[in-house]
Design a protein around this ligand. Structure first.
Ligand code: CP3
Length: 342
């Protein structure tokens, strides 16, 4: 059976559907009371390991809002299972055995993603079945640098000290780590696509931790390899390189179908930098959802208007939705996007 709503995939392929498609990063999550109800019974890790519950929470935002795509419920750090690193969420991620030295790197398993991530593939199948072709399902992974930073720091960080120290003092070993992670990520995305994923988003959340020169030297080549290989899987690839104010030019060199734009750059300016022949996704400030309804609606329409200069535009926030967001404001955002094209 074909998809009932192809507007998101059409836009990914550079066509302009009748209505601008909209989905929101982190659209399934703690700002929804029905998500919190599920989470009151199971831990985040248990949730990620239950295909049925993943399908349930993946569909929760679609039942409330007129969204044009679903995103698989999982996390960018589940892939660390395949490297033999243990990650816990409470709710912030914590890696018990961070990778800091050459021998730590040599101790990682750079094997096959499929041997360890079958539970994610089962979640993909369950989500596809539950969606019943209503809208496409987006699969995802973290970019090599973002993934490596959690592995090296052991969790979130403000200054990326351990990651950068490793990169500066042991550049060859850091390169090997990035290469090994990239190979696993390619394998992991292939596994997701085999189970029916319709598009891929690669999250480079922490690109701006590096200077533009260091990003070009130490991270971009690995991300380029990941995007190039992901493209061969036959589904559209979205590259979200957060830190666009300084990295938009580098992001524009990626062979992705869609470039994600964060809120640090005006969308019209991002389109000038990447060129009007590219498809862009973004970029409303997530905190605009805390503005009075008429201000939120005006800001939403302004982003939509700027997006008309691109080849095609997928409406999204410029980063993940805040857990403190009022779901009514999210509804207003989605409806404002669709009504503007009605
Ligand atoms: O709708 C969706 O997008 C759901 C799937 C999803 C999650 N995380 C669920 C999640 C996706 C696509 C992610 C991506 C992710 N995870 C990123 C990249 C996107 C970004 O925001 O930059 C990053 C950096 C992570 C790492 C991560 N996972 C952090 C920092 C945290 C804790 C902080 C937080 O947001 O609370 C997580 C846990 C996590 N991942 C939660 C959810 C819903 C909260 C866990 C809970 O329910 O307690």
């Amino acid at each position: 059976m074909p998809l009932a709503n192809t507007s998101f995939l059409d836009a990914c392929r550079g066509q302009r559907p009748a209505r601008t498609p909209v989905w929101v990063m982190r659209q399934a999550g703690r700002y929804l009371p029905e998500y919190r109800a599920v989470r009151s019974k199971v831990s985040f890790t248990e949730l990620c390991h239950s295909p049925q519950l993943c399908a349930e929470v993946t569909l929760q935002p679609l039942d409330r809002f007129d969204l044009d795509a679903a995103i698989l419920f999982s996390d960018i750090l589940t892939v660390l299972d395949a490297l033999g690193a243990e990650v816990e969420f409470n709710p912030a991620p914590h890696v018990a055995n961070p990778v800091r030295t050459l021998s730590d790197i040599d101790g990682l398993q750079f094997g096959k993603a499929d041997d360890h991530l079958g539970y994610v593939y089962d979640a993909v199948s369950a989500c596809k079945k539950a969606l019943n072709n209503r809208v496409p399902l987006i699969g995802f992974c973290g970019a090599p640098l973002t993934t490596a930073s959690y592995l090296v720091e052991g969790g979130g960080t403000k200054d990326f000290l351990n990651t950068k120290r490793l990169m500066f003092t042991e550049p060859a070993a850091f390169g090997r780590l990035m290469e090994g992670i990239t190979t696993i990520l390619i394998d992991y995305l292939a596994g997701q696509v085999r189970q029916g994923i319709d598009a891929i988003q690669i999250f480079e959340s922490w690109a701006a931790a590096l200077t533009p020169e260091d990003y070009r030297e130490h991270a971009l080549p690995h991300l380029t390899r990941l995007v190039t290989e992901a493209k061969k899987l036959g589904v559209p690839v979205i590259a979200f390189v957060r830190g666009n104010a300084t990295l938009m030019e580098q992001a524009a060199t990626l062979p992705a179908d869609v470039l994600g734009v964060d809120w640090s750059i005006q969308l019209s300016r991002a389109i000038e930098v990447v060129g009007a022949d590219k498809v862009v996704q973004g970029n409303l400030d997530p905190i605009a959802l805390f503005a009075p309804p008429e201000v939120l609606a005006a800001k939403t329409r302004a982003v939509l208007q700027e997006g008309r200069a691109a080849k095609a535009h997928i409406f999204n926030l410029g980063h993940g939705i805040s857990r403190h967001t009022d779901p009514e404001q999210m509804k207003l955002l989605v409806d404002t996007v669709h009504e503007a094209d009605a």
